[in-house]
Design a binder for this molecule. Structure first.
Ligand code: FAD
Length: 610
């Protein structure tokens, strides 16, 4: 047996003991390096102790509830042991693809007794990648420059690595661009159009109540699209600047994995216009993102039938607009064109509206959107979609099974996004996608091939730009030998409709399914002075807290500026705050944030302004 002791890490200068809260693994269970073994709690913090190596948890020395001290041995991991029982599946750590057959990873150095927290002196500077002594063009090559890739590249460069980023994106004029989906055809341009279309709607219908009479409001769509394009230009140019500043080499072209040398160096090829050039790196981060899912047999021409790219650049406002898919993108883009004058009908296959959102928020959203004139049909079954030069006709069965037809001038298909692994060469390095097309990774975005990581939309988890960014930072730090961690439960979600919808943590439905007792507190925007002053009284904030400890478990908002308000909820969940903590801290008056405080107080049935 090659045993590695698991010790209680140094806690802090003033804290020498901790309570062992819970073993996450049982004796005899297989464990992976850096997989969390046990949770400890001091009177200041909760901390997780990861496994120091791949192997089997041979022995648990201290049970749940024990008081333990810094440097005390609490378990032993056997790096050569065999698991006595199949480990329980872990939702957070998908099973990696099988290791490469042709080019196996070098065997790890023979294990000796060492402790977690201080790597042996001979350990390479990187975890998993080729050692610094191996000859390679770069420490890190990132494939893809979306928010995951470009942030990973910058963070790795900040940490002193030599970094290159391969990116194939070209704008409609054929100019190479950085920034990925988010900056070019996603978050940034959609929010620019949401803001412009909101101004248009306000100018037409929202200003009279403020005593501002505006006559003869007309739409200059070309200017609106030009403004959006200028913002995209500025931001993608900004990434170019950041690459120069951080000395990240931008390799233009299609990146492809070619193999893994015996010394662990990864071989990559970049191909621009047929000219393929080889590169090598000690580590590769795959950040190739996602692309719009299309309907089978319905070609997207981005004129009559559009995905997100086309729908951000229509050259005229369609009189009748059909949208297939009432998800985030369908609702946001549907809202843009409704505000600009389209009659919008959204067809959604699922029987429930916004199923991932807390039920009370989804109900309020449905009410608000119906009031605005968005028509949404749920539970439909899409049939034939036929296009002509002038429009589109969609046959579908409604939720009762009756045949229906929707004629429209244009159609936006927003039925989700698929991970992008086209011609990426995964098999050349022993990787394969899972059944849904994602690259399997562990909690720290390691693939099963040492030295290759994958982040962002191309791996499990929410397809959100800030999740991709967080993973980019994490992986760069893992490569640097650090021990970063992401709590995926604390990643916020936002839908930028009006009112906006934002949430973090658990919904009531999730907590019910977990059997966890909770209390809720809710406070309406209509009782907030600032919301009334702004003319935005719609919506509410709802907080969910543990029934016995009062720990905040979920924050759910539907209101103006919910995307900004949710940041307080994220901080609260990250710091494991109680609802009382939010209730007793000072919030500026008058501000929308006071509703956060009131909702927190409402958990204890002590809201002040209701
Ligand atoms: C309309 C729309 C609105 C959105 N709004 C929001 C929002 O408000 N907030 C939010 O959080 N998220 C939003 N998203 C989602 C967000 O854009 C994605 O989650 C995010 O872009 C994912 O980042 P990424 O780095 O994983 O990949 P991407 O941004 O998709 O970037 C991947 C990059 O990799 C490049 N690439 C792929 N394969 C190769 C290859 N083999 N060689 C070289 N380059 C390659 C691509 O060209 C691309 O530039 C929106 C998406 C859309 C479509």
């Amino acid at each position: 047996m090659a045993a590695i002791e698991v010790k209680v890490p140094q806690l802090s200068e003033s804290v020498s003991e901790a309570t062992l809260i819970q073993w996450k693994k049982q004796a005899g269970e297989a464990v992976k390096r850096d997989e969390i073994l046990v949770e400890l709690e001091t009177d200041k913090v909760t901390l997780e102790v990861p496994s120091p190596a791949d192997g089997v948890l041979a022995k648990i020395v201290q049970p749940d509830g024990a008081t333990v001290h810094a440097d005390e041995v609490i378990a032993v991991v056997d790096t050569e042991g065999k698991a006595s029982a199949a480990p329980a599946p872990s939702a957070a750590a998908p099973k990696p693809a099988p290791a490469p057959a042709a080019k196996p990873a070098p065997a790890p150095a023979a294990a000796s007794v060492s402790t977690y927290g201080s790597a042996p002196a001979s350990a390479p500077a990187t975890t998993g990648g080729a050692p610094a002594s191996a000859q390679a063009d770069f420490d890190v090559i990132v494939i893809g420059s979306g928010p995951g890739g470009y942030i990973a590249a910058i963070r790795a460069a900040q940490l002193g690595k030599s970094v290159a980023c391969i990116e194939e994106w070209k704008d409609p004029a054929g100019k190479p661009r950085l920034g990925g989906t988010c900056l070019n055809v996603g978050c940034i341009p959609s929010k620019a159009l949401l803001a412009s279309s909101e101004h248009f709607e306000q100018a037409r219908h929202g200003l009279a109540e403020h005593g501002v009479q505006v006559k003869g409001v007309t739409l200059d769509l070309a200017q609106m699209i030009k403004r959006k394009a200028a913002i995209v230009d500025k931001f993608t140019g900004g990434v170019e600047f950041l690459f120069r500043k951080n000395k990240v080499t931008w390799i233009k072209g299609h990146g492809k994995l070619k193999g893994r040398r015996a010394d662990g160096v990864i071989e990559v090829e970049a191909n621009e216009g047929g000219a393929a050039k080889p590169y090598t790196a000690r580590n590769v981060i795959v950040a190739t993102g996602s692309k719009a899912r299309h309907l089978p047999n319905v070609p997207v021409d981005n004129r009559i039938v559009a995905d997100n790219e086309g729908a951000l650049s229509f050259d005229s406002v369609p009189k009748k607009l059909a949208v297939i898919g009432a998800g985030v993108i369908g609702l946001e883009l549907g809202s843009v064109w409704r505000r600009l004058g389209s009659e919008v009908t959204i067809l959604e296959a699922l029987p429930t509206f916004l199923g991932a959102v807390d039920e009370s928020i989804a109900r309020e959203a449905a009410k608000q959107f119906a009031k605005q004139g968005l028509t949404i049909h749920l539970g439909v079954n899409i049939g034939e979609v036929s296009t002509t030069a002038k429009g589109v006709s969609i046959a579908y069965k409604d939720k009762t099974g009756a045949d229906q037809k929707l004629d429209a001038d244009r159609l936006i298909v927003s039925i989700g996004r698929v991970p992008n692994t086209d011609d990426l060469g995964l098999d050349a390095v022993g990787l394969a996608t899972d059944a849904r097309g994602f690259i399997p990774v562990d909690d720290q975005c390691r693939t099963s091939t040492p030295g290759i990581y994958a982040i962002g939309d191309v791996v499990r988890g929410p397809m959100l730009a800030h999740k991709a960014e967080d993973e980019g930072v994490m992986v760069a730090e893992v490569i640097d030998g650090q021990k970063p961690h992401i709590d995926y439960n604390c990643i916020p979600w936002v839908i930028y409709t009006e009112p906006e919808i934002a949430w973090v943590g658990k919904t009531e439905a999730q907590l019910k399914a977990e059997g966890r007792a909770y209390r809720t507190g809710q406070f309406p925007m209509s009782a907030n002075g600032r919301a009334l002053g702004l003319g935005r009284p719609e919506g509410f904030v709802k907080m969910i807290a543990d029934a016995s400890t009062d720990e905040l478990l979920g924050v759910h908002i539907i209101s103006a500026n919910a995307s900004d308000l949710i940041a307080e909820g994220v901080a609260a969940l990250e710091f494991k705050a109680a609802s009382e903590d939010i209730g007793i801290i000072s919030h500026p008056h008058p501000s929308l944030s006071e509703v956060m405080r009131e909702a927190a107080l409402a958990v204890q049935k002590r809201a002040l302004n209701m």
